[in-house]
Structures are given as structure tokens and as C-alpha cells.
Write a protein that binds this ligand. Structure first.
Ligand code: CP
Ligand code: NVA
Length: 315
């Protein structure tokens, strides 16, 4: 297992930059922290005296609350900042914001419209920068997802994850890079006009060669869901894509995850969604509220995986 010290001071912008050992280390640490939480250790003071700035340029329920609670349960002070209330919103540059915040806090988590801003933040900050969602990726959600998959399935290698929906989705990018590293097969059903970013796909394909996992694309949801162990979907219209809403809804209408589609999956298949869900669009009530659904465990695991990330990365 990688020593935790190997992650101290590191940024977490995209999990493609992390090794299999580092991802497994974070997942194992999250499991231990979850067990300790349930054993009654609500506060583990490993980050006592530290502060963490949480910058949000977009709305959030899960990430915002779980990060604040995670910091609190580790003994650190979370400072929630919406971009509009920072000078950033009035034109102060990202590098100057990074330089200033680094003099006050021990880590910065940011949810940004443009992934490039996160890279600039990381370049100029002298403290770890954590991606709390960008247009490129959502690493914190992917960690919670794979923790949940392991809890439900007890393994990674050889599992078939079917992603149904927007092939250019930030969530799919993160799922793909982690699946490829951990040996989970990922089958994507998406319109051919919505494909992942080329560099992400290439990174995932390279990792898949090492782990032996399969990455496949098809236009038919039925084809990819057949025999799947995990069926995953995300919203059709991501935050910031409101101007494309009508077009994407029309394109993605055949990609709804409903009970009829779920019947094609393995008899012990689970349904996953990063949330928030648009019920009646990408998923029907009978699926998200049905026996397949693990979405609330998945949401809860955001807390435990974020505690692991903060404990491992913040010096
Ligand atoms: N899944 C997720 O990141 O949810 P929020 O947008 O509510 O943070
Ligand atoms: N793809 C979605 C994920 C939300 C957690 C979005 O970016 O809005």
C-alpha cells in the first residue's frame, strides 16, 4: 500500500494523475474512516488547526455539505465561499486569489466552470487544490462511486459498468479513468455526437491495456446494459450547459434508464447516479427508488471518501 505521506501536499485535479495504488489507498482509508465513524468516533482530529477554503462557482448540495462536514469531523475549519462573494467575482485574477488564500488556509477545494481555472489555481497555490467538479471531471464523486461498488460487489476486476447517457459528461470522464485503472469494464451507450474528450479517452485506454479492462462505446442502451453489474447515468444537461438543454434532451431521450432497460442487466445489478437526478428524464422513479438503486449509499460515501482525501492530502 502507498504510504499516506506520498499524497501529502498533492493536488487532486483529475484521477488520471493518480496511480492504482494511490486510488486504492484512498478507498481503503475511506473504508477505515467509515468504520470508525460507525464505531462512534465522530471526530478524528488529524487535521486539528487546519483550514480549508471551499470555492463554489456552481450550485452544490452533496459536495458542499459533505466537504464541510468532512473537514469538521477531521478537526479542520471549512470556509465556504461562493465565487460571487470573493473578489474573484469582481475580476481579481485566479493566480492572485491562489496566492492570497495560500497564506491563510491549508487546502483549497473548488468547483469551477472551466477546468483550466483549476489548473491555474493549482499552479499558483502553495497548498493542495482539490477539484470539487469541473467541466472536465468529478474525481471526488468517482471515489465515492468506486467505494460503493466495492461495498456492494466485493471486487473490481471483471465487473461490467454500463454508462447510459451523455458520452461527453464530466462524470463519465472520471468513471472511465478510474474503471480503466481498477480493471472494471466500462460500456458506454451514447449518441455518437457526444463522445468523451480525446485526451481522457486516450489516458483511459492506456490504463485499460495495463489492467486488462475493456472500454466500449455503442449507440444502443440495450446493447451495453445486457448483463451489466452496474448501470450508471447522469443528468442530460450539466450545470453550465443550459443553452444546449433543448438539443441535448432531444438527443438523449432514447437513453433513459427505466425498469425495462434495467431488466436486461445482471439479476444482481445495481443502479448508480451521482445526483442530483432529473426524475423522468435520465432515470425513472421506479429505478431510482427501486431495488437496484444504491444512490443514497453512494451519496453517503461522498463524506467518507472526502475525509480520506483531506486526511491524505492536506499537510
Ligand atoms: N454529485 C454531486 O456532486 O452533487 P452536488 O452537485 O449536489 O454537489
Ligand atoms: N454532470 C453533472 C454532474 C453533477 C454532479 C454536472 O456537471 O452538472
Amino acid at each position: 500500500m502507498t504510504s499516506p505521506h506520498e499524497l501529502k501536499g498533492r493536488d487532486l485535479l483529475c484521477l488520471r494523475d493518480y496511480s492504482v495504488e494511490q486510488i486504492n489507498f484512498l478507498l481503503n482509508l475511506a473504508t477505515q474512516l467509515k468504520q470508525r465513524f460507525y464505531a462512534g468516533e465522530r471526530v478524528i482530529d488529524v487535521l486539528r488547526g487546519r483550514s480549508i477554503a471551499l470555492i463554489f462557482e456552481k450550485p452544490s448540495t452533496r459536495t458542499r455539505v459533505s466537504m464541510e462536514v468532512a473537514a469538521y469531523q477531521l478537526g479542520a475549519l471549512p470556509i465556504m465561499l461562493s465565487a460571487s462573494e470573493l473578489q474573484l467575482g469582481r475580476g481579481e485574477s485566479v493566480p492572485d486569489t491562489a496566492r492570497t488564500l495560500s497564506r491563510f488556509v491549508d487546502g483549497i477545494a473548488a468547483r469551477v466552470r472551466r477546468h483550466e481555472d483549476l489548473e491555474v489555481l493549482a499552479k499558483y497555490a502553495t497548498v493542495p487544490v482539490i477539484n470539487a467538479l469541473s467541466d472536465l471531471s468529478h474525481p471526488l464523486q468517482a471515489l465515492a462511486d468506486f467505494m460503493t461498488i466495492y461495498e456492494k460487489k466485493g471486487r473490481f476486476k471483471g465487473l461490467k459498468l454500463a454508462f447510459v447517457g451523455d458520452g461527453s459528461d464530466n462524470m463519465l470522464h472520471s468513471l472511465m479513468v478510474v474503471a480503466a485503472k481498477l480493471g472494471v469494464d466500462i460500456y458506454v451507450a451514447s449518441p455518437s455526437s457526444l463522445m468523451p474528450r480525446k485526451d481522457i479517452l486516450e489516458a483511459a485506454l492506456a490504463d485499460a491495456q495495463v489492467s486488462g479492462s475493456t472500454i466500449k462505446f455503442a449507440e444502443s442502451p440495450e446493447e451495453v446494459v445486457d448483463g451489466a453489474d452496474i448501470v450508471y447515468t447522469d443528468v442530460w444537461v450539466s450545470m453550465g450547459q443550459e443553452d444546449l438543454a433543448e438539443q441535448k434532451r432531444a438527443l438523449l431521450r432514447p437513453y433513459q434508464v427505466n425498469a425495462k432497460l434495467m431488466e436486461r442487466a445482471s439479476s444482481r445489478a445495481i443502479f448508480m447516479h451521482c445526483l442530483p437526478a432529473h426524475r423522468g428524464e435520465e432515470v425513472t422513479d421506479d429505478v431510482i427508488d427501486g431495488p437496484w438503486s444504491v444512490v443514497w449509499d453512494e451519496a453517503e460515501n461522498r463524506l467518507h471518501t472526502e475525509k480520506a482525501v483531506l486526511a491524505a492530502l492536506i499537510p
